[in-house]
Design a protein around this ligand. Sequence first.
Ligand code: PAF
Length: 284
Amino acid sequence: MKVVHTIEDLRDQLRGQLNVAFVPTMGNLHQGHLSLMKLARQHGDPVVASIFVNRLQFGPNEDFDKYPRTLASDIEKLERERDVYVLFAPNEKEMYPEPQSFQIQPPSDLGGILEGEFRPGFFTGVSTVVLKLFSCVSPRVAVFGKKDYQQLMVVRNMVRQFQLPVQILAHETVRDTDGLALSSRNVYLQPAERAEAPQLYATLQAVQDAVRSGNTQVADIEGTAARRLTDRGWAVDYIALRRQRDLSIPDAAALAAGEPLVVLGAAKLGATRLIDNLELQIKG
Ligand code: PAF
């Protein structure tokens, strides 16, 4: 695997390549990321991964400074898996040599809700860096995890509206055996919090059970689910039952008709904020 730190070296490595599969990451790689690389390998050649902790997508009181930066062990993991041909690991000066005053502003009905409401500017930062990474890598396909469901949707919509020549592929969320979605931020969890953390996914499953049992009252279902976590000591940002197609709020008729739904959750355990989601399987 070649490790490059500049856009010039990256472009040199990729000159003439028309079938690049790309996996953007912020590093501290876990099995979830490695599965994205495997999927990329099935859909393109060569596979390019990036590791860049993007300041633009962190709020002023968020964890940018303490976000785990583990480049040496990330490289070892990638070398071991042998799926990636080029790792692009730029520093901040390379990606943002001047203040990034041109930015991508996702529409508020998608980028301003859920994560966008609790993390203002987050999707602007994500869209801006993803567009910039696409311009550096020129991938034919790019792989994103469904764990960041709203991010995936924002990226898909950006690609569609800007008619970018890249196909977006989604990989299912990879979970630990107890259900906890793998995330770079799981390293922040204290042992007791780690033991409690699967309750977020369990709560999303409880929402699925409620819909399966015929409850069509969205606010009631969400309220019960949020209380389930609050009673266990979590600080809940949202548990939200939404339409899969656009993350709008479904009405009772949509639930009764079995429209494809997803439940998304974000909540804090101590100082650690976790997100997760579940696409509801209602029929069959
Ligand atoms: O999901 C992530 O790790 C980041 O949001 C991404 C897509 C690499 C952009 O910084």
